[in-house]
Design a protein around this ligand. Structure first.
Ligand code: 4GX
Length: 242
């Protein structure tokens, strides 16, 4: 998987995606990430990438040309058209299902808007999909792009170590995750749940599953409802008569 990011703040993106698990995965060649400065693609002699909105109103709008030239350079370098995403509160809200689908693509390009957004015409011309990371407004598309890139990267083969099994994590199963504990056994008079110290793996799995169901029922009844549709509980065993 190759993730291209078009932004006015490539250093900000590089700083985030150069560290930790994603940074390591890039160095190990498990994924590629390339951050591009949109300003490099303007023909304007003052390197301007924005202008005032037609019709009037507050702030500035990012112009079509630099973003389109950047897109064409990405296409040229990849030898193909990437799946192109614009981060925007108007997009469909991201969930783990979409993250997994995107992680299976060969190339994605994430466009980060700034100011009051991007001229609609370049969105109409090159964007395949608008994605939102939630119903709140940020100052730019960079943080949303980092959220998307991180979530997609960790689902690519070889990015997570084998001991981090994401098939039993929250959300993936459709439930919230059970609580975790580590040493010491008692902290501030609070003991670790005793079943976790037994080494009885079947009981531990059963306890964790029950905890997941409980916390999901409490905090996200919407997720539990969907989970019970996808994983109907087995019918009660009929007692044999006589
Ligand atoms: N999930 N932002 C986009 C620029 C903008 C302004 C107006 C369209 C219309 C966001 C989010 C988000 C801030 C990214 C504004 N684009 N992106 N940017 N929430 O808040 O994705």
């Amino acid at each position: 998987m190759k993730i291209e990011i078009a932004t006015l703040f490539p250093e900000m993106c590089e700083a985030v995606l150069g560290e930790s698990i994603v940074g390591r995965a890039r160095k190990a060649g498990k994924i590629e990430v390339n951050c591009r400065q949109i300003r490099e693609y303007t023909q304007d002699k003052h390197r301007r990438v924005d202008d005032t909105p037609y019709g009037g109103g507050m702030g500035m709008v990012m112009q079509c040309e630099p973003i389109y030239n950047c897109y064409k350079a990405v296409c040229e370098d990849l030898g193909t058209k990437p799946h192109t995403i614009y981060m925007s509160p108007k997009g469909k809200v991201l969930d783990q299902k979409r993250v997994v689908e995107l992680s299976k693509m060969d190339n994605i390009l994430i466009i980060c808007g700034h100011y009051e957004g991007v001229d609609q015409r370049v969105i109409d011309k090159i964007v395949d999909e608008e994605i939102s990371i939630g119903d709140y407004v940020l100052t730019g598309g960079e943080l949303p792009a980092m959220v998307l890139a991180d979530a997609v990267a960790r689902m690519c083969p070889g990015v997570l170590s084998d001991d981090v099994c994401f098939t039993d994590e929250s959300i993936y199963s459709g439930l919230l995750e059970y609580p975790q504990y580590t040493r010491p056994e008692v902290w501030e008079e609070m003991p670790v749940p005793p079943v976790l110290l037994t080494g009885h793996h079947a009981n531990i799995s059963k306890w964790r599953h029950e905890q997941s169901l409980e916390i999901t029922a409490e905090r996200r009844p919407d997720l539990l409802e969907q989970y019970l549709i996808d994983n109907p509980p087995p019918p009660p065993k009929k007692k044999r008569r006589k």
